[in-house]
Write a protein that binds this ligand. Sequence first.
Ligand SMILES: [Zn+2]
Length: 679
Amino acid sequence: MTNPLLEEHALPPFSQIEPHHVEPAIHGLIEANKARITELLEATDAYTWDNLLEPLEEMEDRLAQAWSPVSHLNSVNNSDAMREAYDACLPLLSEYGTWTGQHAQLCAAYQHIAEGAEWNTLDTAQRKTIDNALRDFRLAGVSLPQEKKNRYGELQKRLSALGSQFSENVLDATRAWSKRVSLEQLEGLPDTALANARQAAEQAGHDGYLITLDFPSYMPVQTYCHDRALREEVYTAFCTRASDLGPQAGKWDNGPLIDEILRLRHELAQLLGYDNYAELSLERKMAPDTDHVMDFLMQLASQSRDQGIREWESLVAFSREQNGPGELMAWDVAYYSEQMRQARYSISQEDVRPYLPVGRVLEGLFEVVARLFGVDVRECREFDRYHESLRLFELVEDNNVIARFYLDLYARADKRGGAWMDDYRVRRASKEGLQIPVAYLVCNFTPPVGDTPALLTHTELTTLFHEFGHGLHHMLSQQMVAPVSGINGVAWDAVELPSQFMENWCWEREALAFISGHFATGEPLPDALLDKLLAARNFQAAMALLRQLEFSLFDFRLHLEWGRDTFTTPQALLDEVRSALAVTPTPDFNRFQNGFSHIFAGGYAAGYYSYKWAEVLSADAFSRFEEEGIFNHQTGADFRAAILAQGGSEDPMTLFTRFRGREPEIESLLRHSGIHRAA
Ligand SMILES: [Zn+2]
């Protein structure tokens, strides 16, 4: 019986893949890999790159290529059978990850190569691959004495259970609350949100309208609803979810979980030889140490606070003009901000759409890429597709195809929401020769209707450029070993650099002149519309930045200071951070932290700062283009050579400094956000 997942394909054999192929292929590959690793380790004790790490890379790559189209199809062409096959493989892959990650003999073999004579003959990428592997072995507790190793296992297991319990509590608390309302109470709500509330009621078997705590229901109520009492009630329910307060007080309380998670993370960090969990978290990040992160956040805070206060004062003044409440409360902020935004910068994304037909936008994007990096994009017509709207392109340089990418642009019922880049193949030297990278770029735009082409909003345009930036990082890699090629091995506070960097061209007049073009007349986006977009972009920029800094500082200090004499409770720390930073009011009953899944259930513990960190990098990198010309070919070539080509082969601070001539500075981000420095 043939299995397409076990065959060699330059492009994924989408139409041949059946759900029943999945588990046998993945299971078989994992078992074969394990046997081969054991065999390689036993074959010699003089380990080298060629006799161990090269075959290891080869087999990992084969597994990745079998899994990639499965994971992709599960996301973009979902069926019950495919999901079941996909889910069945998750524990197999996780178990395999643990098996290799804690393999003491394998770790010792890496160590042998790192300390042997061969080390001096290896190139930067090979050494980085080995360093990363040794770091990951260490963080997996491989070299701990048995007793501590057992404890390490217990801690990981318990932390993983606590993490899923945390998000389940948030989910349950979110689902358990809803409120039936009349049309009059929803006055102010836009049509889409009204339809949403109507549909929610129908699904629950009611007449009328239903408000829930899901974000697409909660946010429009806070932003648009004229009924202040309703906003307050919904706000109260939302910000007390999974806590000891509010309408569902104590029912799914995450408070005790937060305490236990922090305690166990601290123990885990100390077990591995760190003072605190923040130090451990930085092991896989670009930021050099905890002082650096604290300085970074405090600098941004001190530069934006005065302007934040001014923005807040003008919001208060605006609400007075509108005969708003005597004192603005938390449930008034989004509402009056929206009123103010509309009054000052009346612009609708719908006004922009006719100027951004998808065909023109893609030509424009490819033109930007050609001008910056000297690479052409060509469409391929004949290929194996899972949906008629799927498109395939190749990157061409000096008549050579250097990479390929799929473009899956439109929303469909069987497709996961959001936008992302993923890869089928990574650039590497294989036995058969150079393997060129293949990427998937996925968006969820509104499909074309009738004869009218698909028309994008400016936000969607930015999303497309963002994902293409990730794609370029993957496709313009010059690396030869998979673990540091493309976005592999890139510190995750640096991985958003190329993506956010590409967004900048969506805000430049010179670029929009050819990225945009009215679908009927071809006229580019009018200057007046762009001016409004630019002004609206920076509305309340300092307030938004301060809110992000509040989350970042709370998260980082929590994992840095837990266990110190000065630390009392998470709530006390949050209050302290707020009193230093926040310009908008927060009521005492707010239990934001109880729903902060990013850091308690996701991977962002002591890492929430990464969002701002990467923004600083991308803004600062772009500022060199502002100085030298946004289409300066040499600057583009330098960015490509220093950042895009390097993948994870070197420390990102080294790479950034090589491109910029110095370490990153926050000025460009502040300037792009319209935040004027404090004196
Ligand atoms: Zn991204």
